[in-house]
Design a protein. Structure first.
Length: 245
C-alpha cells in the first residue's frame, strides 16, 4: 500500500504521488487522507493545517475549495513539483476508478471538526461506482459507525495507535472489518486474533528495512503501508530468491 501515494518520490497526497504509485505494477492499494474545505468539498491532505505541505497557513477547514486550489502543494518537496495543487477527492477517484487499485481513504476528523465528512465521501464513492474498490478508515469510532448507517457496501476500519484493551469489541461496536494499526504495536498475537475473526490487517508506516523483513516473515496477508513500495518489493523479491536457493 503506497502511503499518501508514492510519497518518497513525489509530494504526499498529490495527483503526482498517486500517478507514480499507479505506475508500479506491484502496488495494489493507495492510502490518502481526506478533509473538508470550508464549503464542504472533500480534499486530499493529511495535516489539519496547511503550513507543512503547502505555501499557505492556517487550518484547512477555514479555506474554501477555490482558496485551497490557489496554494502550492509541491514546492516544499522539490522544485520539480512547483505548482502542484491540493487535489479534491473527486479528482483522485476519477484518476483511479478504471485502475486495478484499491483506495484506503482515511477520514481525518476529531470530535465535530468535520461533521458530515462521511456522508460527503460516501456520496462521491457511490457516484463513481467504487464501493468495492474503497476502504474508509478513521480514528473516530463514531464516523465509522455512521458510515454503516448509510447503507453502503464500502468496507470500514478503525485506525489504532497502541494496544488497546477490548480491541475486538471496539471493532465490533464500530462495525469495522479492518484494523489499521501502527507497526510498532502489531504483534503475532494480534495478527492471529484478527485473522481468526476475518479482520483485514493494515499496518503503517513501514519504511525501515528490518521492519519490512520482520512483517513479511510474520504474514504475507498483512497490508503494509509504506512510503517506499519499491523498497518493499525488492525485499519480497530477495526473500523469494533466497527460498529458491
Amino acid at each position: 500500500m503506497a502511503h499518501r501515494g508514492f510519497s518518497s518520490q513525489a509530494p504526499e497526497n498529490t495527483l503526482s504521488a498517486i500517478k507514480k504509485a499507479l505506475e508500479l505494477p506491484y502496488v495494489d492499494s493507495i492510502e490518502v487522507d481526506v478533509q473538508l474545505s470550508k464549503d464542504g468539498i472533500p480534499v486530499v491532505i493529511h495535516d489539519f493545517t496547511l503550513d507543512r505541505t503547502t505555501n499557505g497557513v492556517g487550518y484547512v477547514k477555514y479555506k474554501t475549495f477555490a482558496e485551497l486550489r490557489k496554494l502550492d502543494a509541491g514546492r516544499w518537496f522539490s522544485k520539480d513539483f512547483i505548482g502542484e495543487k491540493i487535489p479534491s477527492l473527486e479528482e483522485v477517484l476519477m484518476l483511479t476508478k478504471d485502475k486495478n487499485i484499491l483506495l484506503n481513504i482515511e477520514l481525518k476528523t476529531a470530535g465535530e471538526l468535520y461533521e458530515g465528512v462521511e456522508r460527503a465521501v460516501v456520496a462521491l464513492v457511490k457516484r463513481y461506482k467504487m464501493e468495492n474498490k474503497v476502504y474508509l478508515t478513521s480514528y473516530d469510532h463514531e464516523v465509522i459507525r455512521n458510515i454503516k448507517k448509510l447503507k453502503t457496501k464500502i468496507r470500514t476500519g478503525l485506525i489504532i495507535e497502541g494496544n488497546p484493551v477490548l480491541l475486538s469489541e471496539q471493532l465490533e461496536n464500530a462495525g469495522a472489518e479492518i484494523i489499521s494499526i501502527k507497526a510498532d504495536f502489531l504483534t503475532p498475537k494480534i495478527i492471529m486474533k484478527m485473522m481468526k475473526k476475518n479482520i483485514k490487517i493494515i499496518t503503517w508506516t513501514v519504511n525501515d528495512p528490518s521492519q519490512i523483513q520482520y512483517l513479511l516473515q510474520l504474514s504475507k496477508k498483512i497490508g503494509i503501508c509504506t512510503n517506499y513500495p519499491d523498497r518493499l518489493e525488492a525485499f519480497k523479491s530477495t526473500m523469494t530468491t533466497s527460498k529458491e536457493r
